[in-house]
Design a protein around this ligand. Structure first.
Ligand SMILES: CC(C)(COP(=O)(O)OP(=O)(O)OC[C@H]1O[C@@H](n2cnc3c(N)ncnc32)[C@H](O)[C@@H]1OP(=O)(O)O)[C@@H](O)C(=O)NCCC(=O)NCCS
Length: 184
């Protein structure tokens, strides 16, 4: 397929389900956040590479907030779909749920967004196919991705501006209400 062609969202929709084994647990008995991040990276790769028809790399990860702990013995499912495509980049939305197999209770642990870039054989970014939006849900996700990118870029610029105006001497007052003290 040529990069100028379009692939439907359903073509690359990917789900990975994995049992949470004791080796994945932290000292508190809950699943390590890093285990979930690794699974999210894996499903983001599978979904993006399938859409791109090329090797992809992870560039940024947004919206990782673990809302509820995941327990040993739960079945974790990660559902990924391409929400947005640029020229060489694509954004993959990932919804993570954990199911207690005994009770059937399902909890939503997080929804995150991975920006991936397709690479050619020489390691250079390469164009990806366009995205064929198949229903209103696909349209909503694409529009939200546009807004997410705009807001992120705006907040990056605001932060850079604020950072450049920060003078440690003058802004020491900001520290007064924080739980820190100077050790020098
Ligand atoms: C991301 C990377 C490909 C960008 O390379 P580059 O030569 O700067 O390429 P470009 O400037 O042409 O950007 C390529 C695409 O990445 C996007 N991009 C680059 N930096 C980005 C960022 N911080 N956030 C979101 N998208 C970004 C660009 O918008 C562009 O998308 P588009 O083609 O859809 O418009 C390069 O920095 C890289 O390979 N990084 C390492 C990624 C990696 O190895 N990840 C695995 C984890 S170690």
């Amino acid at each position: 397929m040529q990069a100028s062609e379009f692939r439907p969202v359903s073509y690359s929709r990917t789900t990975i389900t994995e049992l949470m084994i004791p080796a994945y647990a932290n000292f508190g008995g809950k699943i390590h956040g890093g285990i979930l991040l690794s699974l999210m990276d894996k499903v983001a790769y599978a979904c993006s590479a399938k859409h791109a028809g090329n090797y992809c790399v992870t560039v940024t990860v947004d919206g990782v907030h673990f809302l509820q702990p995941v327990e040993v013995g739960e079945l974790v499912s990660l559902m990924a779909s391409v929400n947005y495509v640029g020229n060489t980049s694509l954004m993959v939305g990932i919804k993570v749920i954990a199911e207690n197999v005994k009770t059937g209770q399902v909890k939503h642990t997080n929804t995150s967004y991975f920006t991936m870039v397709a690479k050619d054989d020489s390691g250079k970014p390469t164009p990806v196919p366009g995205l064929l939006l198949e229903n209103q849900e696909d349209v909503r996700r694409f529009l939200e991705a546009i807004k997410r990118r705009e807001i992120k870029e705006h907040s990056r610029q605001v932060f850079e501006n604020e950072k450049s105006r920060l003078t440690p001497e003058e802004d020491l007052t900001l520290l007064e209400k924080e739980r820190c003290r100077l050790g020098f």
